[in-house]
Ligand binder design. Structure first.
Ligand code: C5P
Length: 272
C-alpha cells in the first residue's frame, strides 16, 4: 500500500486579465499549498477502482467522472501501463470551495500511480499530462508555492519564501459554482502581478462576483480582518474559502479561537 498527500491549494492572489474564446480566462495567480489536505492510498490491482471516505466523501462522489479516476485513466493510457489500482481517498478538503480539492486529488493520483506502476516519469512529464485534467492540476502536481499565468497552468517560481507560514482557512459552508463566479467578473483588467510583488498589494479579482453569489463570504473576510497578527486576508480561488496568513502559529490559533463557535468550517494549518 502506497500513500500520497494531496495538499489543499490556495490562491494568495488572483488577477483576472481577459476572457478567452475557449471559455477560459487568462489570469495571473500566486499559488500556495498547505500541510492540510486529502490523502490518497493505492495498492496494485487488475482494474481501476476508487473508494472515498471522510467528511466530504458524499459531496465528492466516487463515479467515473471523479478527477482521481480520470487522472488514473489518463496516466494509464499515456504510459501504456496494463494494470490498475485500488485507490482510497480520505476527503477532508471541502468540495467546490476554492481549495482545488479535486485538482489536488488528481495530481496526487498522478504522483502515486507513477510510483505504484514504476513508470519513472519525471515531474515535467507529469505536469504536462496534468494540464489536460484542469487548469489547477499542473500547480497541484508540484504542490509548491509558484506563479501561474495563462489558464493558471503556465508555471514559474515565486521568489518569496512562504514555507511554514501559519494560515487559517475558513469557509462559510456555501458551495461555489466556479464557472458562475468567473462569469460574474466585470471584465475589467486591473493589471497583472509583477514578479516578487508584495502579496498585500495584490488582489483576488473574483471576490466581488463571489460575494454577489454568497454574501457570507464578506462576513468571513471581515471577521478575519478583525483578528490580531494577520499579514494577509484574502478569498481563495472562486471562493467561498477565505484565508488569513499570520505572523505566528500562536496568533493563528488565538484567531481560530476568537472565531469560536461558528457554523463555519475551519482549518488551522501552515503553507508548504
Ligand atoms: O480547468 P477546470 O476544470 O478546473 O476549470 C473549471 C472552470 O473554471 C472552467 O470550466 C471555467 O469555467 C473556469 N475557469 C476559467 N478560467 C481559468 C480556469 C478556470 O474560466 N483560467
Amino acid at each position: 500500500m502506497l500513500f500520497e498527500p494531496a495538499p489543499a491549494k490556495v490562491n494568495l492572489a488572483l488577477h483576472l486579465r481577459c476572457r478567452r474564446p475557449d471559455g477560459y480566462h487568462d489570469l495571473e495567480t500566486v499559488f500556495a499549498f498547505t500541510a492540510f489536505g486529502d490523502t490518497l492510498h493505492a495498492e496494485a490491482d487488475d482494474e481501476l477502482s476508487l473508494a472515498i471516505a471522510g467528511d466530504w466523501a458524499v459531496a465528492a462522489g466516487e463515479g467515473s467522472d471523479n478527477l482521481v479516476l480520470r487522472a488514473a485513466v489518463a496516466l494509464r493510457q499515456a504510459s501504456g501501463h496494463r494494470g490498475g489500482a485500488r485507490l482510497h481517498l480520505d476527503k477532508r478538503i471541502p468540495v467546490a470551495a476554492g481549495l482545488g480539492g479535486g485538482s489536488a486529488d488528481a495530481a496526487a493520483a498522478l504522483r502515486l500511480l507513477n510510483r505504484l506502476w514504476g513508470l519513472g516519469w519525471e515531474m515535467p512529464r507529469l505536469v504536462a499530462l496534468a494540464a489536460g485534467l484542469g487548469a489547477d492540476v499542473p500547480a497541484c502536481v508540484e504542490s509548491r508555492a509558484c506563479f501561474g499565468s495563462g489558464r493558471g497552468d503556465a508555471l514559474a517560481p515565486w521568489p518569496a519564501e512562504l514555507a511554514g507560514t501559519p494560515v487559517l482557512l475558513v469557509n462559510p459552508r456555501v458551495p461555489m459554482p466556479t464557472s458562475a463566479v468567473f462569469a460574474g467578473w466585470d471584465g475589467t483588467d486591473r493589471g497583472g502581478i509583477a514578479p516578487g510583488a508584495a502579496l498585500a498589494d495584490l488582489r483576488n479579482d473574483m471576490t466581488d462576483a463571489a460575494v454577489a453569489i454568497a454574501a457570507p463570504i464578506a462576513a468571513v473576510l471581515a471577521r478575519l480582518r478583525s483578528l490580531a497578527g494577520t499579514t494577509l486576508v484574502r478569498m481563495s480561488g472562486s471562493g467561498a474559502t477565505c484565508l488569513a496568513l499570520f505572523q505566528t502559529a500562536d496568533a493563528r490559533d488565538q484567531g481560530a479561537a476568537m472565531l469560536g463557535d461558528t457554523s463555519w468550517w475551519m482549518a488551522p494549518t501552515s503553507l508548504l
